[in-house]
Design a protein around this ligand. Structure first.
Ligand code: ZN
Ligand code: ZN
Length: 381
């Protein structure tokens, strides 16, 4: 069986053809044929040696965490919910299962206290850039067949679902947000976000813009590519507004738009991320989702001014990583609605399909207009 993996000895990506076929183990296991796997900044950082870690003693680790697959065989327990041919996506992080970790015990491995989790394709576990995988139903969600063209976007969407739903929960502190929804489903009510900014028009930022527009939020997307280009046109086509912050700094964007309730950061560049505080509005929430390297990124800012503003304006800054299965369920529902509302725009998010043989180029270079590139692991016939 073939797999794109990071080789320990050479510290380079390789295409192996000697990986053993996996087999069903536990009764709730699924044997899954991998159809597509998205390539993301994390994969490229792993290949550069800046992120992730191989399991101790492993000669190689299969890359890839943004998968779309199809059930080939279901174990006896799994078979009550899954059938051959079902379209599925598996989550990324696996819980530490340590007694001192209440979050992992509650299905929230994304909030793990111990750091002793594993992550498929990233940290101490094989990923999905291979023909077949076995996974438990505990870490799998089913997709409707019409999501086949877009299902590979579920995982990046879950990252944004978590980031925004966490912000929504933070806003439980506001009584008027409670009063918005008399049925009590406030955890899923996005109406406190009247105006949002998304920093970075990569895949995470783009999916954030889609989700915010789906919830009828006035949305402003910032990046440093000129207006009128591929990404800016995509942003415009879903009713969001694109700003080139090389020309208009974020503080000026905020001055022109009015109070910004939520900012989703998706750049992974620390000075850019902290500058977003200069655009955050009264009672605003800023969520960081980008993961910069440990070194570099030094900058200077007016700490007095920003701290004063954070206190006087009741502002919150959240870091948000990964996503547990509950956010995958949200993503399946929302991506389905996005696909119905903006099928053409959503199709433009996937800018390249690579065969596995292209692994070297695809994992080490990023064309200018790329939003999301994917590997076709099992090419559709
Ligand atoms: Zn990713
Ligand atoms: Zn844990």
């Amino acid at each position: 069986m073939r797999a794109i993996a990071l080789d320990r000895t050479s510290a380079k990506p390789v295409l192996r053809d000697d990986v053993a076929e996996p087999h069903l183990g536990a009764p709730d296991d699924l044997l899954i044929k991998v159809l597509e796997v998205g390539i993301c900044g994390t994969d490229r950082a792993i290949v550069r040696g800046e992120a992730g870690e191989l399991a101790p003693g492993a000669d190689y680790q299969i890359l890839g965490h943004e998968m779309l697959g199809e059930v080939v065989e279901a174990g006896p327990t799994a078979a009550s919910d899954y059938a051959t041919g079902d379209l599925v996506v598996c989550t990324v992080r696996r819980p530490c299962r340590l007694p001192e970790c209440p979050t992992c015990a509650h299905g929230e491995s994304d909030m793990c206290y111990t750091g002793k989790f594993t992550e498929r394709g990233i940290f101490h576990a094989h990923g999905y850039m291979t023909s077949r995988v076995v996974e438990s139903t505990e870490f799998t969600v089913k997709l409707p067949p019409e999501l086949r063209p877009f299902g590979v976007l579920i995982e990046p969407t879950t990252v944004v679902e978590k980031a925004i739903l966490e912000s929504v929960r933070v806003q439980h502190r506001l009584d008027w947000v409670h009063h918005l929804n008399e049925e009590g489903a406030i955890a899923e009510d996005w109406r406190f976000v009247r105006r949002a900014m998304v920093a970075g028009a990569g895949p995470i930022g783009m999916m954030a813009a889609f989700l915010l527009r789906l919830h009828d939020v006035e949305t402003h997307v910032t990046d440093v590519v000129p207006a009128g280009g591929y990404k800016a046109a995509l942003v415009d086509s879903i009713g969001a507004r694109y700003w080139n912050v090389a020309e208009t700094p974020v503080a000026e964007v905020a001055r022109q738009t009015g109070n910004i309730d939520l900012i989703v950061e998706a750049t992974g560049i620390a000075p850019v991320a902290y500058e977003l505080l200069t655009a955050l509005g009264v009672n605003g929430v800023l969520v960081f989702t980008g993961v910069p390297g440990d070194r570099g990124g030094e900058f200077q800012f007016q700490g007095g001014h920003l701290m004063r503003q954070q206190v006087l304006w009741n502002q919150v800054v959240i870091g948000s990583v990964n996503a547990n299965r509950s956010y995958f369920l949200h993503a399946v529902k929302d991506l389905g609605e996005i696909a119905r509302r903006w099928p053409d725009a959503l199709a433009k998010v996937i800018t390249a399909h690579h065969p596995m043989e292209n692994f070297e180029t695809a994992l080490t270079t990023q064309p200018k207009d790329e939003v999301k590139a994917v590997f076709d692991i099992t090419p559709s016939s």
